[in-house]
Design a protein. Structure first.
Length: 232
């Protein structure tokens, strides 16, 4: 007898029991858990499925069952479940569940779009999602949000005389996160409108036109909306 396989089968059977206890979603995928999810991640999958169940609680059960027979939706679900195995935060699991739930709710599954959104979400860390959301909120109506996340959103300002290297490191990481969002086309530089005969200001660090901050793109708004976050 292979002890390793026995342990794996035992873990999978426990996982099936946990997932099977979730009324609608659980029984539909319990039989596939063993082939998709490593057993040590089943607790995260359980949390993800509970969030998914809540998000589709108002959907007709027959519609849900039809989706679980659709290969395109199963492809989205598998991507979502695999991402959930690596998700440590409650918020991240909810974001993934929102995208997968839209694959059930929407009339058109649109597999390629949902997989793209899942891939974009997978590219971002939790701080980058908060930064992106800060650009998606209505102007002048985000004080509470900024106060809540000030440790992430407040730009470090080391000066020439600063001796603490960690401040420079923090600034480098802060700028890198925004640059990453820009590379993914989720935010773009916001340039000041020039008056007639006025020359643009250049950024000495980049040699490019100096931006007046960033603004969220249509793709950025789409991602925020798909993961259940407020945007305007």
């Amino acid at each position: 007898m292979n002890i390793q396989n026995t342990k794996k089968d035992y873990a999978i059977s426990i996982g099936k029991g946990i997932i099977g206890a979730i009324p609608v979603v659980g029984p539909l995928i319990a039989e596939t858990v063993g082939s998709i999810i490593p057993n040590q991640r089943l607790d995260r999958i359980n949390d993800f499925l509970i969030y998914l169940e809540k998000k589709i609680s108002d959907i007709d059960k027959e519609q849900i069952e039809l989706r679980f027979k659709n290969e395109e939706f199963i492809d989205i679900l598998e991507d979502g479940m695999l991402q959930a195995t690596k998700s440590l935060s409650k918020e991240r699991k909810e974001y993934i569940a929102s995208i997968v739930a839209n694959g059930i709710k929407d009339e058109d599954i649109d597999r390629s779009k949902k997989k793209l959104l899942l891939n974009l979400l997978n590219e971002l860390n939790d701080s980058e999602i908060i930064i992106l959301q800060s650009y998606g909120l209505p102007p002048g109506n985000n004080r509470e949000f900024h106060d809540k996340h000030k440790d992430i959103l407040m730009q470090p300002h080391p000066t020439i005389g600063t001796k603490d290297q960690s401040l420079f490191d923090d600034r480098t990481l802060f700028d890198a996160q925004k640059s990453h969002l820009a590379r993914l086309n989720l935010i773009v530089p916001n340039y000041k409108t020039l008056k007639k005969d006025k020359l643009p200001e250049f950024d000495p660090k980049t040699g490019m036109f100096k931006a007046q901050g960033y603004k969220v793109t249509s793709l950025g708004r789409m991602l925020l909306k798909s993961i259940g976050l407020q945007t305007w």
